[in-house]
Structures are given as structure tokens and as C-alpha cells.
Design a protein around this ligand. Structure first.
Ligand code: SF4
Length: 290
């Protein structure tokens, strides 16, 4: 019986410790918002361990969705731990044995696992590439994905970026460009994926490390551009962390958060230079000229 991840669980494949599980075979599908369609063709049971569950429309699918921990949805079976916290997932395994295999929707390989320790291990190579000019800029394109057509901007933006630029990503935003063949710069992949949205912490450590290595006073002197896609509260916390670190001129998209009062929006724009996305025809050039 094969086990797949979906959406934000993709980074599980980057952990060497899981390589010993031969039946842990791959990731099925894309960002969270595609689950209605993808769970249908997946055919098997699905276990939700974290948020971003989209209410299943069909009863057949609801019956093969299981939740645990903080997640839950009416009509889906919730797996609780016993008094020692042990969880019994045998019902999911038994159901999987009775189900048809997933319908193949795509195949390929994704390179990932660039949390801070892995990037620190490559630090000499990266610094040399920046000093020699092989890497011109880093684009932090972390954040969420969502179903709005306007998010196509991030796919087009990544495709249009000149080949001497590297994308640092974390979170569902990566599904907009992690299956493009963007290549590498002297062996350094052009998309460095730190993992889940929670791994944005790693991106902050990488930024601080680069500041230290280059001996800079101001984080904004680094050759880093921030083009963040937001959707919900966690991405807003990432934004607040970046502001706390003193990062300026962050571009947020596809729109500025609607919950910002006019006064707060004014402070963010005036004090931190936050803007919303423009067009793919203009933005890469604007950033690279900045
Ligand atoms: S908070 Fe954003 S990046 Fe994180 S799982 Fe939800 S949609 Fe994905």
C-alpha cells in the first residue's frame, strides 16, 4: 500500500529520516485549494493533520476523509489519541486496502529541503555566486496560494525572472512555480524551497545569515527582494516578522489584506514601503532596477 502527501505535506519528502519507508512514495496534487478535484481522482482515504481543509461536497469523499489533532469536519471521522497520546490509524489502512489506486495526474521530480541548515551548508557557494555576479538577486516569494486567477501572476513572474536570480520560497505559494523547469546556477537550484509556511522562520535565518556574512548594517542592503503572496493569518504573521526585522519595500499580493484599517495601511505604506503587486510586464524589471 502506497502513502502519498498532499499540499503542505510535500516537505515531508525532504526529510532523510522518512527515506527508510519504501511505501512513502510521493506527493499527489498541488496546493490546498485544489483538493476538491484532486481528492476525487486520488481515490484513497485522506488524513488531515493540519488546517486548510476545504469542505468536501460529496458524501463519498467525506467518508474517506479523516482528521486528527486540531482539524475536524462534520461527517469526517476524527481520530483521537488514547490517554498516552497513541493514535490508531488502522481504520484508514483498512479502507485504503479496499480502494482503487490513485489516477495519475502528473509525474516528475521536485528538488527541495532548503531550510536554513542546508542553505548554511551551501553558504560558501552562494556567497561566491553573489560576489561573482552569477546570482544577481534573491526573490523571497513565500506565502500562500489560493484559487483566484490573479495568482497566476506568481507563475508568470517566476517564468519571467532573468536566469541569474534565485527564488527563496516556503508555503503553498511554491505550487505556482515549483513545477516549472527553472534550472540552477552552478548547481544551486533557482527555487530554494525551505518547506511549509511555518518554515518561513528558516528564510528569516537565511536572510540574517547573509547580512552577517556580507557584514551589512542594514538588512535592506542585501540583494533580496520580497514578493510575498498572502491569503490567511499565518502569512500575515510572516509579514509581521519581516517588518520586525526591519525589512522594507515588501510587495504583497494579489491584494493588500482587506482587514487593514486605512490608518494601519497608511503606516505600512509610509513607514515600510509596502506595495501591492503590479504587472508581470513591469515588476521584474522594477525590482531588478531597485
Ligand atoms: S497558511 Fe498559507 S501557506 Fe500555510 S498552509 Fe495555509 S494556505 Fe498554505
Amino acid at each position: 500500500m502506497d502513502v502519498y502527501t498532499h499540499s503542505e505535506m510535500l516537505p515531508a519528502h525532504y526529510y532523510p529520516a522518512f527515506k527508510k519507508y519504501k511505501h512513502f512514495v510521493g506527493n499527489y496534487g498541488n496546493a490546498w485549494w485544489q483538493q476538491l478535484r484532486e481528492f476525487e481522482s486520488f481515490n484513497g482515504p485522506v488524513l488531515f493533520t493540519t488546517n486548510c481543509i476545504v469542505p468536501p461536497r460529496k458524501e463519498e469523499i467525506r467518508k474517506r476523509i479523516f482528521t486528527t489533532g486540531a482539524t475536524g469536519y462534520p461527517g469526517c471521522t476524527h481520530i483521537e489519541g488514547d490517554e498516552e497520546g497513541r493514535k490508531d490509524f488502522s481504520e484508514i489502512i483498512e479502507l485504503a486496502k479496499t480502494r482503487p489506486p490513485p489516477a495519475e495526474i502528473e509525474k516528475g521530480t521536485i528538488v527541495g529541503g532548503f531550510a536554513h541548515e542546508q542553505v548554511f551548508a551551501l553558504a560558501d557557494q552562494i556567497v561566491e555566486a553573489v560576489r561573482s555576479g552569477s546570482i544577481k538577486k534573491f526573490f523571497v516569494m513565500a506565502g500562500c496560494d489560493g484559487r483566484m486567477n490573479s495568482r497566476r501572476y506568481y507563475t508568470d513572474f517566476a517564468s519571467e525572472l532573468p536566469e541569474d536570480n534565485v527564488i527563496l520560497t516556503a508555503g503553498c505559494a511554491k505550487y505556482r512555480y515549483n513545477k516549472l523547469d527553472l534550472g540552477d546556477i552552478g548547481g544551486i537550484p533557482r527555487v530554494l524551497d525551505a518547506g511549509q509556511c511555518n518554515d518561513s522562520y528558516s528564510l528569516a535565518l537565511i536572510i540574517l545569515k547573509l547580512k552577517e556574512i556580507f557584514g551589512l548594517e542594514d538588512i535592506n542592503e542585501l540583494p533580496i527582494v520580497y514578493n510575498i503572496s498572502r491569503y490567511e493569518q499565518k502569512a500575515v504573521i510572516v509579514l509581521l516578522a519581516l517588518l520586525y526585522l526591519g525589512v522594507k519595500n515588501i510587495q504583497l499580493g494579489p491584494t493588500l489584506p482587506a482587514f487593514l484599517s486605512p490608518n494601519v495601511a497608511k503606516v505600512l505604506v509610509e513607514k515600510f514601503g509596502i506595495t501591492s503587486i503590479g504587472t508581470v510586464a513591469e515588476d521584474p524589471e522594477r525590482f531588478l532596477g531597485a
